[in-house]
Structure formats: structure tokens, C-alpha cells
Design a protein around this ligand. Structure first.
Ligand SMILES: [Zn+2]
Length: 409
């Protein structure tokens, strides 16, 4: 370690304390409720340090005392003091921007969805029109927020490629958007100045399923999102795999059938053209105007056609390439793949077994999302909450209170 670095540590006690404060909060957020004794053993800090951090979170209005659980005594002593997320504490706005509808929610720590609203989105809508519609939904969910509760930020899930450095939407093919600063558009429509974070929907699905869905405790997880487009979010070693620009996981454009259909990306026979929403719709002869409700249409089927079973086989075969590449423990099937898997799961499994290498196949299991269709929404909340886990004091310093009074329009 360089001498400079050592002296830096000595002068950074406050930064370390805030980091520990954020880590305590991250544990309480993940568990919903925990005890000081559990925090002490998780973090390897002594009891008085943990007690100090917990009381600071309490004085910041983020955490509060909870009643000790029966039987939670430490030996013969008193039961360990419990801590939980404060009921009227900080919140974020999560936005799941779909191709045909937007869902907006007010979400507290612990992933608690307090209020939600949704509205259709015009397929050929301009970004400013969609931004105005999203702003209206945000006003609706902020309506019931206590005026003293701080708004930490806004997180937005996007069906497209999002630049990691600044959240610019480089491409949302099914909205026909190129280089759209959607975060700025929403903030301008609201007349608010709060941090806004954007990320790809499959990446956020992976994050949410890892944090509080089907993959809690699983550090090698892939969430494959089947919507109009097909993409994947990868958790590797417990962290999101983003790539240098933030565009990793575009598995929908793996070449699958060299003699196949043209894809919007300019290539022929991408996996997305074989298993995406339009391919599924064609297999079940669903009219194109019903594609937005494909999951409901699929849920009405009880016996799959040969064409639909072939789509299931293609899904499994494509998943095999992903399993061979990343060696995941869990693959979560999101979007329309949830309904598809219920119908043709045996064909998906067979396609996967047919093409995957035996070694990575041994350890992988396919799962449906623990959060249903809300994984990207929860992921959007997670990225908006993230500043609180890095430095709660700084995040609350830039958070807005009395938000309703500040809203434009
Ligand atoms: Zn393509």
C-alpha cells in the first residue's frame, strides 16, 4: 500500500463510517427486518459500533425499533434489539417502461410497493409524449406520500440499450427511439430535480430476482426476458455484468437460424425472430394487435400446437448457448417466456438438454420469476435506492421533501 493511500485512510474515518452505515442499511433493506446481533456477525464489527450505526439510521428516519421476536434471546441475556425499515421513511419512484404500457410505483426500502399506477403507451408515441404520460403516473403515485418522506430518486426500466455512463437510451427498437435522454424528459415534465437512473429491463429483472426474487443467495444468475425483443441480464459473482458501455446481454441477436427471417438489427435469423413475441404470436395464430396481451392469450391455451412446441424447443436450444457461455446456476424466464414455459416446458427442457454441454447443464436450473411480471419494476427501484446504500447521509442530503408542492403541472 502506498504511503499516500495509508494517510488517506487515516483522514477518511467519516467516509468509512458512512460506508458502514450504508452497508447496515443494505442488510436491513434485503431482510426487511433484522437484529443487531445478526448485523454484528454479518459485518464483523463490534456490538457498540453496530448500535451506534443503527441509532444513526433511526435518527435519520430510515430505520426504527421493532419488537424482538419470541425466542431470539442471546444465551441467557436480553433478546437482541431488532431493527426494521421505517414506515414513513425515504422512497423512490420506479418506472417500468414497456412497449405498450408504462407501470409506475412508489417504492420504499425493503422493496415495499406502496402505491402503483399504469397506463397504455402509444407504440408510435414520441418520447416527449411518453414522458408526459409517465410524469402523470408519477404525480398519481406521489399523491399519497407523506409530505415529510424524502424522495431519493427515480429509476426507469427501458426495453432497449441504455448507456451506462449517463442513462442515454441509445436504441429502443420497438419504440423506434434512437439516442433519447428520457430521464431528462421525465424530470422536465415533472419540474423536479432529483437523481434519475435508467437501465435495460432484462438487466433490472436480473438484479431484482437476485435481490428478492427466485435467485436470492444465487451469485450466478441469468434473467432472460421474452418480450417483443429478447434480452438477458447477467449476474456474475453476485454483480451485474454490464459490459464497457452497459450493453451486455443482447442475446436476442445471437444468430440462430441462418435461413431465418430478417431482424430489425439488419441480420437474418436472430434468436429473437424465432422466440420473440411475434414468433410466438405466429405459432398460435394470434392477431398482431393482440401481441401486447400475449401472456393472457397464452394463459387460455391448455394444449400447445406443434408450432408452439417448436418455439419451446427453439427457446431451449438458444438457452443452451447462454448456459454454455456463462455456466449459470439459475436461469429465470421472464416476460412472455413465463406463460410459454408453463405450456411447453418439456420442449424447452429437451431443447436445452439437446444443445447444452453436459458439464454446465448439470448445475443449471430454469425458474419462473419470484416477482412475477414485476421484476423490472423492482429492479428500477433498486437502482434508484442504490445511493442510500453507498452513503445514506449524502443521499438524504440531495433527496426532496414536500414533493407534491414542488411538482409542475
Ligand atoms: Zn437481430
Amino acid at each position: 500500500m502506498s504511503p499516500q493511500r495509508r494517510s488517506g485512510l487515516g483522514t477518511n474515518q467519516e467516509a468509512i463510517r458512512r460506508h458502514n452505515l450504508g452497508t447496515v442499511l443494505r442488510h436491513v433493506h434485503g431482510a426487511g427486518q433484522t437484529s443487531r446481533a445478526e448485523l454484528t456477525s454479518l459485518m464483523g464489527l463490534n456490538r457498540s459500533t453496530i448500535a451506534g450505526l443503527v441509532s444513526e439510521l433511526e435518527s435519520l428516519g430510515i430505520a426504527e425499533h421493532a419488537t424482538p421476536l419470541e425466542g431470539s434471546r442471546q444465551g441467557a441475556g436480553r433478546p437482541s434489539a431488532r431493527v426494521r425499515i421505517a414506515r414513513e421513511g425515504p422512497y423512490v419512484i420506479a418506472v417500468d417502461l414497456g412497449v405498450d404500457r408504462a407501470v409506475v410505483a412508489r417504492v420504499g426500502l425493503g422493496g415495499h410497493v406502496i402505491q402503483r399506477a399504469q397506463a397504455p403507451v402509444l407504440r408510435d408515441g414520441e418520447a416527449w409524449q411518453v414522458g408526459a404520460a409517465v410524469a402523470t403516473l408519477i404525480r398519481t403515485v406521489i399523491e399519497g406520500a407523506p409530505s415529510a418522506a424524502p424522495l431519493v430518486g427515480i429509476g426507469i426500466s427501458v426495453p432497449g440499450l441504455v448507456r451506462r455512463s449517463d442513462g442515454l437510451i441509445r436504441l429502443a427498437p420497438n419504440l423506434e427511439w434512437h439516442d433519447v435522454s428520457f430521464g431528462g424528459i421525465v424530470l422536465a415534465a415533472l419540474g423536479l430535480d432529483v437523481p434519475v437512473s435508467l437501465a435495460n429491463d432484462a438487466d433490472l429483472g436480473a438484479l431484482a430476482e437476485h435481490t428478492r426474487g427466485a435467485g436470492v443467495g444465487v451469485d450466478e444468475l441469468i434473467y432472460v426476458s421474452g418480450n417483443v425483443g429478447v434480452g438477458a441480464g447477467v449476474i456474475s459473482g453476485g454483480h451485474r455484468l454490464e459490459g464497457v458501455g452497459g450493453y451486455a446481454g443482447e442475446v436476442g441477436h445471437l444468430r440462430f437460424n441462418p435461413d431465418g427471417r430478417p431482424c430489425h438489427c439488419g441480420n437474418l435469423g436472430c434468436w429473437e425472430t424465432e422466440v420473440g413475441a411475434f414468433a410466438i404470436a405466429e405459432a398460435i395464430q394470434c392477431p398482431p394487435d393482440k401481441v401486447a396481451q400475449l401472456d393472457e392469450v397464452l394463459d387460455e391455451f391448455d394444449r400447445p400446437s406443434t408450432a408452439l412446441r417448436a418455439t419451446g424447443t427453439s427457446l431451449g436450444q438458444g438457452l443452451a448457448s447462454i448456459v454454455n457461455m456463462f455456466n449459470p446456476q439459475v436461469v429465470v424466464l421472464g416476460g412472455y417466456f413465463r406463460s410459454l414455459y408453463r405450456l411447453v416446458g418439456a420442449d424447452v427442457d429437451a431443447g436445452l438438454a439437446d444443445r447444452a454441454l453436459p458439464a454446465p447443464l448439470e448445475s443449471v436450473r430454469l425458474e419462473l420469476p419470484g416477482l412475477g411480471s414485476d421484476s423490472p419494476l423492482h429492479g428500477a427501484a433498486e437502482i434508484a435506492l442504490e445511493p442510500l446504500f453507498v452513503d445514506p447521509v449524502a443521499a438524504l442530503g440531495t433527496a426532496l421533501v414536500d414533493v407534491r408542492a414542488r411538482l409542475a403541472g
